[in-house]
Design a protein around this ligand. Structure first.
Ligand SMILES: *Cc1c(COP(=O)(O)O)cnc(C)c1O
Length: 358
């Protein structure tokens, strides 16, 4: 479909000092190099380069700054004890990003070349993949419209780039359950909108509800559907699962929910463990009724950042509903351990999810 892009290399003369590995935070520090390629109507994708991390100069009229033509991805590189580095299902991230490009009237990109570039970039900056257990190198592919033009139309030029940031273990103090605020006043996405796309505006629009929930002591917001405010969608930037009776239930992908790769991995593992799974609409009333009658055994969120995040409490209309007595449950822990073991190369990889770097 595309001819393989040649990638040029320009190595940095001076390497940055590495941050304190015990105090990495999330998305604070960036590695020595980045990947950049350009698109315009005449040349398509071209000028693919790995070069020193640097700031862009961008026209103040650039499309991305006014009309939000921006998409991104989030995935991680993991270091095994023996030094081998792995990516987890990276091709799925690029497939999802290309789906997002179509939705945002942006050009699709050659996913094979992007994966090759990603692997080369991670390998070049491999000394940045942290060793501490649970830490990783967070990878952020991004695409923006760069036309200096205020007319409202898709841009004629784009920049695709990848930056990388070493990040700390998510659970510094153990695998701890979160308190979640069920949001009725704001919605994240509607059917037919862009909820299924990692596009900047979704996250800007979600901030107010999240800040208000956090002010009340909750870590994240559980979003309900945009029309009836009844159907559960997702939690913060993670998908959500309920273990009710003997069934693991997660909302079906209806277009307003982000199709998480961790979500898909959990579904695949659950099926391989003979756990009954259902992808279907689930209302907040059903989940809370299950909490009241004791059949709601566990609830957890899934996403690249935390992998699995157990939910210890749902707060809805001034009532708090503890889940599993506010403790993390055995199923959440089982998924967490298995996914981590696959991601770091400690366990077999029966689904071929791992991609070795180098
Ligand atoms: C990224 C994201 C997820 C999780 O996707 P993963 O591929 O599992 O990391 C879920 N919901 C939203 C809104 C997201 O942005």
């Amino acid at each position: 479909m595309w001819k393989d892009l040649d990638i040029s290399f320009e190595k940095s003369d001076t390497l940055k000092p590495k941050p304190d590995p015990t105090n990495l935070g999330f998305g604070v520090h960036f590695t020595d190099h980045m990947f950049v390629m350009k698109w315009d109507k005449e040349q398509g994708w071209h000028d693919a380069r790995i070069l020193p991390y640097h700031s862009f100069s961008i026209d103040p009229a650039a499309t991305v700054l006014h009309y939000g033509q921006a998409i991104f991805e989030g995935l991680k590189a993991y270091r095994k004890h023996d030094g081998q580095i792995y990516l987890f299902r990276p091709a799925d991230n690029f497939t999802r990003m290309n789906d997002g490009a179509v939705r945002m009237s942006m050009p699709r990109f050659p996913a094979d070349s992007a994966l090759k570039a990603l692997k080369a970039l991670v390998y070049l900056d491999r000394s940045w993949v942290p060793e501490e257990e649970g830490s990783s190198l967070y990878l952020r592919p991004t695409m923006i419209g760069t036309d200096p033009y205020l007319g409202l139309k898709p841009a004629d030029s784009y920049l695709f780039y990848i930056i990388m940031s070493p990040v700390a273990a998510y659970y510094a103090e153990g695998f701890s359950p979160t308190r979640i605020y069920v949001c009725k006043d704001y919605v994240r996405a509607v059917r037919g909108g862009v909820g299924a796309v990692k596009t900047g505006g979704n996250y800007g629009a979600a901030m107010l509800a999240t800040v208000e929930a956090q002010r009340q002591g909750y870590i994240q917001v559980l979003w309900l559907d945009g029309c009836e405010h009844r159907y559960i969608e997702e939690v913060g930037t993670s998908n959500i699962f309920f273990h009710i009776g003997d069934t693991l239930i997660t909302p079906a992908l209806t277009g307003s929910i982000l199709p998480g790769i961790t979500r898909d991995s959990v579904l695949t593992l659950a099926r391989s463990w003979d756990i009954e799974v259902e992808e279907r609409p689930i209302t907040i009333d059903e989940a809370l009724a299950a909490s009241r009658d004791g059949s709601l055994r566990e609830c957890f969120a899934t996403g690249t950042a935390a992998v699995i995040s157990p939910v210890g409490e749902l707060h809805y209309e001034d009532v708090s509903y503890p889940i599993n007595d506010g403790q993390s449950g055995p199923l959440a822990l089982r998924f967490y351990k298995e996914l981590q073991a696959i991601q770091y190369g400690w366990a077999d990889d029966p689904h071929n999810w791992r991609v070795a770097v180098g």
